[in-house]
Unconditional design. Structure first.
Length: 385
């Protein structure tokens, strides 16, 4: 009998990140597509992880994470956002933020539930919802500012709504939630069983004098929320895949039930190194100015082209419209940009389930200045149609 396979994600193919990175390599393009830095991490962090390995921290740590790191995370969050999470029962170290998101959805969403996501959305959200047997309900963010349409959210909430997934600063929309937004989200969810999963991996990349409005800062929301962070994004070490999930004890207990059978635990030596590294708050307090300078450079380079630069309130991405250059779909334009100009980007249409296309592409500016300048030289060859 021939082998018969039934895919759990039949509509899912190769990710746009893999497609564009492969094209970039094929054409020798400057890769501003996938969101990872091309500059080194702090040597002090490497030394701390090396010391942890030499000290013998090479076996399984506790499933929920090395206690020293959980304590350091709790101290950092209390310092920044004023909420005291219990390291023992409310902080869980994960294999990156993507695993924290996936595990939270698997633990808290069930078949028959609806999970609201805002599009454009990071590409792991919807597959995780489908794998939980729940139904994703996609609500478009307003264009071109990529903000939540609150009347649309109110209309979408119903007795089947189990979860709302928010992302601030937003990837790929680059918008940030305000204190007023959190007040509105509180009003929408008050008196409901809705859990909020808040992806906050770009928490230290908020610009123009704004502050990051973590859901941890808002007491009523924090009681029904999972707040997710990432050391990969914060300390430029995306390949280490270390993140965390913060939630009240009852929610954390459910997350850990799934976590122990998904990855069980996370690299112990890296956790010990991060715990020591976090003792100096300046290592994350300096990040907004560091990335603001890169944003300024990226925007100045794009201003010398026919691309129309959109606002960027947070994250390490910059969006631009290309309507003055061509009217082809964003996926086609992004591929043409690689072939003809030698710069790789990501088309925003890839972040919508239905392929909504506003003719927008995304640049990552978490790169060395030399990399950005090299991309700028090539982009300067673009001409309006």
């Amino acid at each position: 009998m021939p082998l018969s396979l039934r895919s759990k994600l039949p509509a899912t193919g190769t990710s746009i990140f893999s497609v564009m990175s492969a094209l970039a390599m094929q054409h020798g393009a400057v890769n501003l597509g996938q969101g990872f830095p091309d500059y080194p991490i702090d040597p002090a962090l490497i030394d701390l992880v090396t010391a942890a390995m030499r000290a013998g921290h090479n076996q399984y740590p506790l499933s929920a994470g090395v206690m020293a790191l959980r304590e350091a995370i709790a101290e950092k969050v209390a310092r920044l956002y004023g909420r005291a999470y219990d390291p023992e029962h409310e902080v869980t170290v994960t294999t990156g933020a993507t695993q924290a998101i996936y595990t939270s959805i698997q633990a808290l969403a069930h078949p028959g539930d609806e999970v609201i996501v805002f599009e454009p959305a990071y590409d792991s959200y919807v597959p995780a919802i489908r794998l939980a047997g729940a139904t994703p309900v996609a609500l478009p963010l307003t264009f071109p500012d990529y903000r939540i349409d609150w009347p649309a959210l109110r209309a979408a909430v119903n007795p089947r709504t189990r979860m709302i997934l928010v992302n601030t600063p937003n990837n790929p929309g680059t918008s940030v939630l305000s204190a007023d937004d959190l007040d509105t989200l509180t009003a929408v969810t008050r008196g409901t069983p809705i859990v909020i999963v808040s992806d906050e991996v770009y928490e230290h990349m908020v610009f123009d004098g704004a502050r990051h409005e973590s859901l941890a800062r808002h007491g009523e929301l924090a009681e029904r929320s999972v707040v997710i962070g990432s050391f990969g994004k914060t300390f430029h070490a995306t390949g280490w895949k270390v993140g965390y999930a913060l939630a009240p004890g009852a929610i954390t207990a459910e997350i850990r039930r799934v976590h122990q059978f998904t990855v069980f635990t996370v690299n112990g030596a890296v956790q010990h190194g991060l715990a020591e590294f976090l003792k100096d708050p300046s290592r994350y307090e300096s990040l907004p100015s560091f990335f603001a300078a890169k944003r300024t450079l990226m925007r100045s380079l794009l201003a010398a082209t026919p691309l129309d630069v959109l606002p960027c309130g947070g994250s390490y991405f910059q969006l631009a419209r290309y309507e003055r250059i061509g009217d082809e779909p964003a996926a086609d334009f992004a591929q043409r940009l690689v072939r003809e100009i030698g710069v790789a980007t990501i088309p925003l249409s890839a972040f919508y389930q239905d392929g909504t296309d506003h003719r927008v592409i995304r640049f990552c500016f978490a790169k060395r200045d030399e990399t950005l300048l090299a991309a700028g030289e090539r982009l300067a060859r673009l001409r309006a149609s």
